[in-house]
Design a protein around this ligand. Sequence first.
Ligand SMILES: *[C@@H]1O[C@H](CO)[C@@H](O)[C@H](O)[C@H]1NC(C)=O
Ligand SMILES: *[C@@H]1O[C@H](CO)[C@@H](O)[C@H](O)[C@H]1NC(C)=O
Ligand SMILES: *[C@@H]1O[C@H](CO)[C@@H](O)[C@H](O)[C@H]1NC(C)=O
Ligand SMILES: [Zn+2]
Length: 479
Amino acid sequence: MFSTPIFLVYLFINLLTQCDSRHLNKHLDIDAVQREVRSYSDVANQIIDFSLNGNGKGQSYNRLANFTDKFGNRIAGSQNLENAIDYMLVEMSKDKLENVHGEVAQVPHWVRGDESAVLLLPRKKNLPMLGLGSSIATPPDGIEADVLVVKTFDELNEKASEAKGKIVVFNQDWVSYGVSVAYRSLGASRAAQNGAVASLIRSVTPLSISSPHTGWQDYQSGVPKIPTACITVEDAEMMWRMSQRGEKIRIRLKMEAQLLPSVNSRNTVAEIKGSKYPDEVVLVSGHLDSWDVGQGAMDDGGGAFISWQALSIIRQLNLRPKRTMRAVLWTAEEEGLVGSREYYEAHKSEADKFDLVLESDEGVFTPDGLTFGGSKQAGQIMKQVLELLKPINASKLSESGAGGDIGYFMDVGVPGGNLLNENQHYFYFHHTNGDTMTVQDPHVMDMCSAVWAVIAYTVADLEEMLPRNSTTLKFVPVG
Ligand SMILES: *[C@@H]1O[C@H](CO)[C@@H](O)[C@H](O)[C@H]1NC(C)=O
Ligand SMILES: *[C@@H]1O[C@H](CO)[C@@H](O)[C@H](O)[C@H]1NC(C)=O
Ligand SMILES: *[C@@H]1O[C@H](CO)[C@@H](O)[C@H](O)[C@H]1NC(C)=O
Ligand SMILES: [Zn+2]
């Protein structure tokens, strides 16, 4: 039995959810919604045709090419990123999208400066390298030290006594990005715990043509900060072989990197206002910032520009869904989902009104469909939505937990999805000078744009919001 005050709280929550949460309707007839979805096949075909053969053909590629050729890469904290955001606000307004604006987010400001690494022993060789984001500098004359090469953190622990005063080189195997990236994130602190003066990691990639792959790293609290950078797979493997032969290895590392005070950046927002439920939102997104190498065309210019294009297509076709379609181009994703966290903090009180959150940040290669996380019933509806993409073979729905920038909303029960695409080569280019427009393909971007537009428009126009697990607002006794 409830005591009286608790019962009142229960009643209150119950009332709130009934008045306010149409997505918690337990009696939603899934068959009926699936029939409703099937009625969108004509409009889906119209969107696909517009994007592949009509005025939309080549548009997202050409827009992205204009943008990346003009601004190049766009690291958080840079004036260049802010100029790029200003440009997007103008372009999206010229495109007649609605409510185009920036939302301020405070972001880290790390600058690389000059940097170099030279192998001195057993023979002299220049080592292509990139400092890792948030790394400190070396002293102005650099650090010259002997090298300890290890393959794993366990091996480092075994050889802890040999690490003191040395530069630790990690030659970790490529397993997967999710697994191997631990060496980039934590390598410096693990090396410093054992008394190392600097650390170099093998770039986190399954393939290398002598290319360093940068990325953010995380100094652990209570551990001395040491300079850290990535080197190529080729050089890491070579030094590993040298160390196995018992050869003495010596490196001089020079880095001028510094973490400056945080600055204000912006998440870039544009909308097509809903005709019937304007407060309810289907969000499409990618991040506009990039690493400070290459052009940031793949990571994540492609994802950002198909998200713009999804709205642009709907606008050009003079369609207006019942709910609002909103494109958000995140800032400072690369520094650890910084812009999206601030966006979530500012909008979490409206989480109930977010129908679906979509993100493309794993490449815009040939699309296969969507990875989706949400309630079972929402999955059944989304499966039907994906069927609308049969004409371009992109109708696969695969289940998955959470995404990066949209993860904050998914964690509180908002259904979410990431573009599923044939991105087997994504990490070849990731965070390198090779991430340029040359990776992108106009026809493939048209297909990805169509996928994004069909999914976002259809879900935004259905009469009901996607159903959530009712447990997301489960009763919590108070007092
Ligand atoms: C790209 O830039 C050129 C030159 O400024 C302009 O004429 C063209 O319309 C732009 N293309 C797109 C798709 O924005
Ligand atoms: C919804 O509930 C099911 C069954 O309890 C669970 O497996 C699933 O992870 C939940 N999904 C979300 C998005 O909370
Ligand atoms: C879809 O796949 C089928 C069979 O593999 C192929 O014949 C067709 O050309 C593909 N369509 C598109 C648009 O790629
Ligand atoms: Zn990215």
